[in-house]
Design a protein around this ligand. Structure first.
Ligand code: UD1
Ligand code: CA
Length: 449
């Protein structure tokens, strides 16, 4: 059976007061449209159709070939929006799953249940409803004395006794495809000049065809976004959901309300996340780590048993048993091998620190390859930029870089070498050699172990 999702995303989103189309605003790091797509896809069998209008170019660019787009112009309501998919789907799809792209908290499981209910329904439609104390301007679900759904009445058109109905139309529907297209051509125009998708319900009931409803018990699911206040509500609800999933999978959060983990981040068990921590983008954290407080990890991998304390890690790779911070900064292309210790006020960019290397205080390491068990003294700087290009520095295993050494790249320092405090090293240093001074010169061989 072919089940095709249709996502409505043509509306302007005026109340966001934004230059960005509403559905591209991020919630926990991903555009709200991404969640709607994922949920719809998981409950269906065919590539989604997205109805676009305002900001069509940007939305199309974002979607790429994740969906087929149809343009709705002008925008004459949700019924008219769905009708734009008719030429693609009539006679092709068996069921059509319609959702709104501005409801990122709608769960895949709920949509699956909606589809499954419609598969059992001899009638043409199943809708998703919620019982909520605050009607939020939603359409009201009118049921007959027999409890069967009779209609959805929009708030603006509702009679006073209908306004006091607390069963609301969430905005997710599963239709028999063949029936839907004919029904959409028959819905009347509203007082506002729009064609309401919700009017299809009454059309079915009048024709004696049963409309089913399933009720969600999760109030967070129905958060739709019209303003930036709703956006913050959705962010908080999504954060709660993401953090709860990690906690159930064995991660400790000291204060989940103050811990910001974006969708898609993975965290190993027995890791502890302290407050004020942001785990963002394509990030993986291993098992048994201590992360935070006040730490940012973005697009990075951190191995098992690491401690990252009050630090910033961006596009970097950290192996196991690394301990860093406070105030360490890893930038793009930094790699800390296992057992590295990186203390306060260090910055590493486009560089590798080999296993067991220590960099305790106030250093900048850029475009460098540093071997194992190297000691990088306080205040060491790779002078990697000559004003035109970035130059590489290489440091061999077991070398000892004295405090406040300037390493003027391009530069190679051998194994087990040493630099004296304050040395400005402008020439390559052979293995087992001590250099001192400005500019640094060799004075003796270092002792071999
Ligand atoms: C709609 C429902 C209402 C439901 C509520 C839940 C209708 C008529 N009403 O009302 O019963 O309780 O959602 O949030 O459907 N859109 C288009 N083209 C259009 C108009 C809208 O693509 O011409 C898209 C919007 O971008 C949006 C979605 O459809 O993603 C819903 O439209 P909106 O105007 O927000 O409908 P509501 O008035 O909220
Ligand atoms: Ca809405």
């Amino acid at each position: 059976m072919k089940i095709t999702p249709v996502l409505l995303a043509a509306g302007l989103g005026t109340r966001m007061k934004s230059n960005t189309p509403k559905i591209l605003h991020p919630v926990c790091g991903q555009p709200m449209l991404a969640y709607a797509l994922t949920a719809a896809r998981s409950a269906s069998t065919e590539k989604p159709v997205v109805v676009i209008g305002h900001g069509a170019g940007a939305v199309r660019d974002y979607l790429g070939d994740a969906a087929r787009c149809v343009l709705q112009d002008p925008q004459l309501g949700t019924g008219h929006a769905v009708l734009q998919a008719e030429s693609l789907l009539r006679g092709v799809s068996d069921l059509v799953l319609v959702t709104y792209a501005d409801m990122p908290l709608l769960r895949p499981e709920t949509l699956t249940r909606l589809v499954e209910t419609q598969q059992q329904n001899p009638g043409p439609a199943t809708i998703l409803t919620v019982i909520a104390p605050d009607p939020r301007g939603f359409g009201r679900v009118v049921r007959g004395a027999d409890g069967k759904v009779q209609a959805i009445v929009e708030e603006a058109a509702a009679a006073p006794e209908q306004l006091s109905i607390y069963e609301l139309n969430v905005g997710a529907y599963c239709f028999q495809s063949d029936w839907l297209w004919d029904a959409l051509h028959r819905i009347p125009v509203s007082k506002k000049g729009e064609y309401y998708l919700t009017d299809t319900v009454e059309l079915a009931v009048r024709a004696g065809l049963p409309v089913q409803a399933i009720v969600t018990g999760d109030q967070a699911e129905i958060i739709g976004i019209n303003t930036r206040i709703h956006l913050a509500e959705a962010e908080a609800a999504m954060r709660q959901r993401i953090n709860a999933a990690h906690m159930l999978a064995g991660v400790t959060f000291i204060d989940p309300a103050a811990t910001y983990v974006q969708a898609g981040v993975t965290i190993g068990r027995d890791t502890v996340i302290w407050p004020g921590t942001y785990l963002e983008g394509n990030t993986t954290i291993g098992e048994g780590c201590q992360i935070g407080p006040e730490t940012v990890v973005r697009d990075s991998g951190i191995g098992n048993n690491c401690k990252v304390f009050k630090s910033v890690v961006e596009e970097a790779w950290v192996e196991e048993d690394v301990d860093m911070g406070p105030y360490a900064h890893l930038r793009k292309g930094a790699r800390l091998c296992s057992g590295v210790h990186m203390g306060n006020f260090g910055e590493v960019k486009d560089s590798t620190l080999g296993p067991g290397t220590k960099m305790g205080h106030f250093s900048y390491i850029g475009n460098a390859t540093i071997g194992r068990e190297v000691n990088i003294g306080a205040g060491t700087i790779t002078c990697n930029y000559d004003g035109v290009r970035k130059n590489p520095t290489e440091i061999g295993d077991g070398t000892f870089i004295g405090s406040d050494t300037m390493l003027v790249a391009p530069l190679k320092i051998g194994k087990r070498a040493q630099t004296g405090a304050g040395a400005v090293v402008t020439k390559d240093v052979p293995d087992d050699t001590l250099v001192v001074g400005v500019p640094a010169r060799p004075i003796k061989k270092t002792s071999k172990e």
